[in-house]
Ligand binder design. Sequence first.
Ligand SMILES: Cc1ncc(COP(=O)(O)O)c(C=O)c1O
Length: 380
Amino acid sequence: MISFLDLKKINKPYEAAFQQKLKAVLENGWYILGKEVETFETAFAKYCKTDYCIGVGNGLDALTLIFKAYIALGKLQKGDEVIVPANTYIASILAVLQADLVPVLVEPRLETYNINPDLIEEKITPKTKVILAVHLYGQLAEMDQLSQIANQNNFLIVEDAAQSHGALQNANNLKFKISNDLDVALSGDKGLSRAAAYSFYPGKNLGALGDGGAITTNDSELAKVLISLRNYGSEKKYYNEYIGVNSRLDEIQAAFLNVKLPNLDADNDKRRAIAKRYLSEIKNDKIVLPFWDFSNNHVFHLFVVRTQNRDDLQSYLSDNGIQTMIHYPVPPHKQKAFSKWNTLSFPVTEKIHNEVLSLLISPVLTEEEVSFIVEVINKY
Ligand SMILES: Cc1ncc(COP(=O)(O)O)c(C=O)c1O
């Protein structure tokens, strides 16, 4: 069986460097918020071309803390509404709820799986204050349209970049080259400042050997609050300005991420190369391939196709030794945890969840494996 995600193979080349780092951290004796976290924060901010990076415990906390920080700064209030794509991973919605804000679901485009900006207007109320742009599966949401809406209505834009590390780098044709450049691209009003949340869950494009997350931003005020919030709401030991949490990027995970970050662009190139092959070589009328605007620097965290008989395709591929996954089988509004939403109808979202299947895409997939996968799919 070709496994969907071979984490052992992905991390194997780094083994010696990981061991060296582990030894260095052990010998250093400073295990929380030490040099490795600081080095990673500097390197990742540079990579994302932002002024600040704040390492936190995981991607969910990264997103939650952005909202909490805006509340602490008085830019949001509990009960404010956040526009969220209806087909996002559950964590985007949990973050909104954990900050006592209200998620308002908006349908995605069937073609891109990202939020449909044309459908946002009808969901705006006097309480709407934020658009949460999720770059699902590694493809940027339509940031120019979203920023236009945000600019017209004085909304904040927060990005869920948990699946899109590097999507904004080298995107020459984009109007907004990097996420947090939006500050500059819009009115220059720092009141509209934005932040992006990243996850370093092991399977992500930049994955640790455990949980990890980070926030990038150009907003110094926001960064200052976040540095405090992740550490019990305290910047100076035993003095607490905010009601914070304990969610710090772990020193050892930061050390591992410092080893892997320099390879992120090369890994993303490999993902894109596989995506290009799938897009040009898969020829099967039963399968709808994902839309990729080549001017958009998609990083293909996932390669998600659609088909009417998804479960049948999945078992056929499994019978042929190819493991696939479903991202995601149940949409947020149909989850038991959100029973009050269960009767709502989001036809595009439901169609997506019924039809999607994620094909294998990872930097360690070989040319031969890709050829084999294509061949099997074309015979389906
Ligand atoms: C879109 C999205 N948002 C947020 C998260 C949460 O990240 P983490 O698992 O690090 O908490 C994930 C991770 O799975 C995700 O895919």
